[in-house]
Design a protein around this ligand. Structure first.
Ligand SMILES: O=C(O)CCC(=O)C(=O)O
Length: 243
C-alpha cells in the first residue's frame, strides 16, 4: 500500500494519518476468532506477544501496515511492542491522554504507532482521540492520571539500560498531559479494518466506552526506525517487521 506525498506531509504536520482498509474483513475476523479461543496460561508475553503468537505476528508484520510505516519513518521499521485493547461496553475504561515517548524513551526518538480498529469505532464506544499538531511541540509535562472512571490508573517500576550497559530503575505510571484543553482533542471515527498512524510525540488516548452494547477492540503496534535505542529492557529486543 503506497501513500501520497500529501498524506506523508499531513502525518508530519498534524502528527497522525488515518488510512482505511488496512486489513480485510476476513483478516479482522480471523484475529478476533483467534483471540476468543482459550490460551495456555503463559501465552501472553508481556508486550511482545508478536514474537510468539503467529496471529499477532501476522498483524505486526502486515505489509499494508509496515509498508506505510516504512514510508512515514523513511527507513526500516522494527517492532517494539504490540497490544490488544479490548474495551467493553457500558464503561470499559480508556488510556488517558498522553505521549508514547513518556512510556518508551528511545534515541533518536523515531517512535511511532499504528492503531488498528477491530470494530467500527467512534466517540460513543471510546474511539481513539488525538491532538492535531501536538507532535511539533516536543515532550510536554504530564501527571499521574487519577480519574479511574474514564481511564485506567497504574504505577510500575521498569528496568532501563543505556547503550553502554548501565542499568537503572524508573517508576512509570499512567500519564495524563498537564495542559490539554477539551477543545484541542479530536475524537476520531475509524471503521473496522482502518487504522491511525501517529508519532511518539502525538498526544492521544481515549475515553470510556459509553455504548450500552458496542464493544471497542483495537490492535496497536509500536515501531522505531532501525538503529534506534530503546531504554526499557522489557521491550529492548526489537523484532524485524519484515516476514
Ligand atoms: O486504544 C486506546 O484506547 C489508546 C491506545 C494508545 O494509547 C496507544 O496505542 O498508544
Amino acid at each position: 500500500m503506497l501513500i501520497s506525498r500529501d498524506q506523508i506531509k499531513q502525518y508530519h504536520n498534524e502528527g497522525f494519518l488515518m488510512v482505511e482498509n488496512l486489513l480485510t474483513d476476513q483478516e479482522v475476523s480471523d484475529f478476533l476468532n483467534h483471540e476468543s479461543k482459550p490460551k495456555p496460561e503463559d501465552w501472553q508475553k508481556g508486550l511482545r506477544t508478536h514474537t510468539t503468537d503467529p496471529q499477532w505476528q501476522y498483524l505486526a508484520t502486515h505489509p499494508n501496515i509496515t509498508g506505510i510505516t516504512s514510508q512515514l519513518l523513511n527507513g526500516d521499521p522494527q517492532i517494539v511492542q504490540s497490544m490488544y485493547l479490548n474495551k467493553q461496553p457500558d464503561g470499559g475504561t480508556g488510556i488517558a491522554i498522553h505521549q508514547d515517548t513518556h512510556y518508551i524513551k528511545n534515541e533518536p526518538n523515531t517512535l511511532m504507532a499504528c492503531w488498528v480498529a477491530m470494530d467500527d469505532t467512534d466517540p460513543e464506544n471510546g474511539g481513539l482521540c488525538v491532538v492535531p499538531g501536538s507532535n511539533l511541540k516536543g515532550l510536554q509535562s504530564a501527571h499521574k492520571n487519577l480519574n479511574n472512571s474514564e481511564h485506567t490508573s497504574w504505577e510500575t517500576d521498569y528496568e532501563m539500560q543505556d547503550k553502554n550497559g548501565k542499568k537503572w530503575t524508573e517508576r512509570l505510571h499512567s500519564f495524563e498531559m498537564d495542559d490539554v484543553g477539551p477543545d484541542e482533542i479530536l475524537k476520531l471515527t475509524v471503521p473496522r479494518g482502518g487504522g491511525v498512524f501517529f508519532t511518539g510525540l502525538t498526544i492521544h488516548g481515549s475515553y470510556a466506552n459509553q455504548s450500552p452494547d458496542r464493544i471497542r477492540r483495537a490492535f496497536a503496534i509500536h515501531y522505531v526506525k532501525n538503529g534506534t535505542w530503546v531504554f526499557r529492557t522489557d521491550i529492548q529486543e526489537l523484532t524485524s517487521s519484515l516476514r
